[in-house]
Ligand binder design. Structure first.
Ligand code: 57M
Length: 358
């Protein structure tokens, strides 16, 4: 909005040219989202507490019993901070920004409906697992379908570390990209089981994608780094920067010991947005590295559940997702969280190295 209000006057007042720059507006979006989430945090937490949005705590992990009553649905704070900040600072004539925002809100709406049924209406089950996944697939398929209608959109796949190997998936790109988006959303959701465990790696991944999106949207830098160029995608940097700001602001309250949990409204929306950003900037496989923590957590569940079924009740891990395994081994929660953060930062550097090692 600010872009549209001020840039027309740049010819009269050259200082206003600064609002043309994606970098400047991304820093502004980061700061705005951070300030909104920190300032609104206490009010939102008090409101959720009044609404009695206390999280139900499973009985099987003893260390979590002291968390009973911690309000959930704090992801609403993230959604508000990102939306306000993106609407303020991005070029609203850019379709990629709107698509990212709509995917983010669509996944958030599914999460919100589930949280609402579980914690406000006190319905034990919330939305059915099938209902949730069908909703996610429909939103992701609609978004990818719209992208693919653009004749300039490439269905080729950039493979990290191999600059000359870019297989064209053709129509198979649609199910592939849907899997990336839905997988990312559920990966973040599965990881969200300890204080700050999901939001830390989400902030790191969003920061890393801010860079990849900027590079892909900048024809010269993309050519120099041999990254697949995507015209007009640079503006999504503003969204990623807002995600980093809102995420850090939320971490302020979600840091151990947490005053609030994000709920599905936060985890599904953030994961869905990360997946879509990876698709829109044509760095789908980089998400596997940048979001390696989410991939590990998801793999631990797939392995555990398959092994459990196959052997009729035996387990590989003490409990899945992986963070529960370490908890049951007696490692303190804060140590597990910080080690997962360290891992996500290391993986972000590996992803960064793909810009040069190819
Ligand atoms: C949701 N939700 C947390 C909070 C958060 C297939 C199966 C592996 C699925 C998995 C599952 O349901 N995962 C997704 C995980 C819950 O957090 C709420 O949920 C929101 C995210 N969706 O925002 O509102 C609990 O996590 C803790 N928490 C924190 N700090 C936070 O910042 O401490 C969350 C955020 C909260 C709180 O205790 O109540 C969750 O874990 O439920 N299921 C599981 O994870 C279950 N695993 C399991 O059953 N494993 C089996 C295999 C065979 C499937 C096994 O290994 O034997 C475990 N979940 C829990 N206890 N809580 C079982 C033990």
């Amino acid at each position: 909005m600010i872009y549209h209000l001020l840039v027309p006057f740049a010819s009269q007042l050259t200082l206003l040219n600064v609002f043309r720059y994606i970098t400047f507006r991304s820093i502004a979006a980061f700061t705005t989202a951070l300030v909104i989430s920190i300032l609104l945090g206490p009010k939102v937490i008090a409101w959720l507490t009044r609404l009695k949005c206390g999280q139900y705590i499973h009985e099987d992990v003893k260390a979590h019993q002291c968390k009973a009553g911690t309000p959930t649905m704090g992801g609403l704070l993230i959604v508000i901070a990102i939306c306000v900040s993106v609407l303020l600072w991005s070029d609203l004539s850019n379709e990629n920004v709107w698509m990212t925002l709509l995917v983010f809100l669509g996944f958030g709406a599914i999460g919100m409906a589930d949280d609402y049924l579980k914690v406000v209406q006190k319905q034990n089950k919330g939305l059915s697992a099938r209902g949730k996944i069908v909703g996610q697939i429909l939103i992701a398929a609609a978004a990818v379908g719209i992208l693919m209608m653009d004749p300039d959109f490439s269905t080729k796949l950039a493979v990290p570390f191999f600059k000359n190997f870019q297989p064209d998936l053709g129509l198979f790109y649609l199910p592939f990209a849907v899997m990336v988006i839905v997988g990312a959303s559920n990966g973040v959701n599965l990881t969200d089981g300890l204080d700050g465990l999901a939001i830390g790696p989400t902030v790191v991944a969003a920061g890393m994608f801010a860079l990849f999106v900027y590079v892909a949207g900048h024809a010269q830098i993309a050519r120099y780094l041999q990254v697949m160029p995507v015209s007009g995608v640079g503006e999504v940097t503003v969204f990623c920067a807002a995600m980093v700001g809102a995420g850090l602001g939320f971490l302020w309250f979600n840091a151990y010991p947490a005053q609030v949990f994000m709920g599905d409204v936060g985890s599904l929306s953030l994961g869905g947005a990360l997946g879509f950003v990876a698709v829109v900037c044509k760095q789908e496989l980089i998400l596997l590295i940048v979001g390696g923590v989410f991939v590990l957590e998801t793999l631990s569940v797939i392995l555990q559940v398959s092994y459990f079924k196959f052997t009729g009740g035996k387990r590989i891990f003490k409990m899945a997702p992986l963070h529960h395994h370490f908890e049951l081994k007696g490692i303190p929660e804060s140590k597990i969280i910080i080690r997962f953060w360290i891992l996500s930062i290391l993986l972000a550097f590996v992803a960064l190295s793909t810009l040069k090692l190819r």
